[in-house]
Design a binder for this molecule. Structure first.
Ligand code: GN1
Ligand code: MG
Length: 344
């Protein structure tokens, strides 16, 4: 951890006693938990290496985090927000040995989970996100910079899949054959979504764009949602993307790379999450948004399956993998979930 220690010194040049431990689970950035001991005081931070192959202009993510944090604080948002630590030069990140690093204050007395445990929890998280959007409602969207311009562009996801099919090596094509067949058979599924996007029928709001369960912190004492983290993908888009991704993540009873179809979906969590989400958002959702609420999870899960499969075919170049067929297992997990969601 010698390198990380030198990186910490860009933020705290006098730091001496530093403990650094990896936090696993993110598929894009690399994250560490950091403890800095100074005289009597000990402070905790999150150190992250930003994946600059994905986030090519990291300053824009930091700028968005600052704008949204300041806005929420000005509105007296009653939960912790993300706080970036400046370097001694006053920058929001430091470059070390070609890598870009940032430091965030750790939100104390909190923990994360990987699978939602019960309906009360699903309801509470749905309402928690709903409240987040309610507080964000008045924000000036011009202040938000586009970090990943094509992220929500469904058509380009389909094109990327077609290209991957053409260039994949034969062993991966054979291995993934069943998943490829299923995805190709359901290519119609996202077409109405593409139309809604092209006809600009979905209201543009500030969305999180990655509300998966591991991006919610829970309070160590009350066990209630405490904070929403990972604001890298804050962007303009349809709130249906976030709702769909919440259903994708919170109704899945298995880890995201578990290919076993048995009991992968919990319909009670679906209803509880939707109820919680609507208690806060019903007041401002448009007719089109409400009508398409059941459709959103279908598309978002389909696209997520497609993204994992595309990456598998491309040789695992986008998502971090800890074993060879992880992207294929992730694809199967999403397809299994989607098969159930299509029956809701
Ligand atoms: C990625 O790295 P992480 O875990 O925050 C991805 C999301 C996916 C998610 C699936 C920028 O998020 O879009 O939904 O994996 N982020 C990016 O687990 O592609
Ligand atoms: Mg993320």
């Amino acid at each position: 951890m010698k390198n990380q220690f030198q990186i910490i010194q860009a933020f705290f040049p006098h730091a001496k006693e530093v403990t650094i431990e990896p936090i696993l689970g993110g598929l894009i950035n690399t994250t560490f938990s950091v403890q800095i001991q100074n005289e009597q005081q000990c402070s905790n931070y999150i150190l992250q290496q930003i994946n600059t192959a994905v986030f090519q202009n990291p300053k824009t993510i930091q700028a968005n985090i600052t704008v949204v944090s300041n806005f929420l604080k000005s509105k007296k948002y009653p939960h912790p927000v993300l706080e970036l630590c400046p370097t001694v030069e006053g920058e929001t990140e430091t470059v070390y040995d070609g890598g870009t690093w940032r430091l965030l204050a750790q939100i104390e007395n909190s923990y994360t989970i990987n699978v939602v445990q019960n309906t009360e929890q699903a309801h509470a998280i749905g309402a928690f996100f709903g409240q987040f959007y309610t507080f964000l409602n008045g924000i000036d969207l011009h202040q938000i910079q586009a970090v990943l311009p094509h992220f929500l562009d469904t058509k380009s996801r389909l094109v990327a899949f077609e290209l991957a099919l053409q260039s994949a090596n034969s062993s991966r094509l054979i291995e993934a054959n069943e998943s490829i067949q299923w995805m190709v058979k359901h290519l119609d599924l996202p077409q109405k979504w593409i139309q809604l996007q092209e006809q600009k029928e979905l209201s543009v709001r500030l969305i999180h764009a990655d509300p998966k369960i591991s991006n919610v912190l829970f309070d160590s004492v009350t066990h209630q949602p405490k904070a929403i983290i990972d604001w890298d993908t804050l962007m303009q888009g349809t709130i249906l993307y976030d709702y769909g991704d919440m259903i994708r993540s919170y109704t899945n009873t298995k880890p995201e790379d578990d290919p076993n179809p048995e009991g992968v979906f919990n319909a009670d969590l679906y209803r509880a999450l939707t109820d919680g989400f609507l208690t806060e958002t019903r007041a401002f959702l448009t007719k089109v948004e409400l009508e398409n609420l059941p459709y959103a999870p279908q598309v978002i899960i389909y696209i997520q399956a497609l993204r994992f499969l595309t990456d598998y075919l491309n040789g695992d170049v986008y998502y971090q993998c800890s074993y060879p067929k992880q992207n294929l297992n992730r694809t199967k997990n999403q397809i299994n979930l989607l098969k159930n969601i299509l029956k809701v």
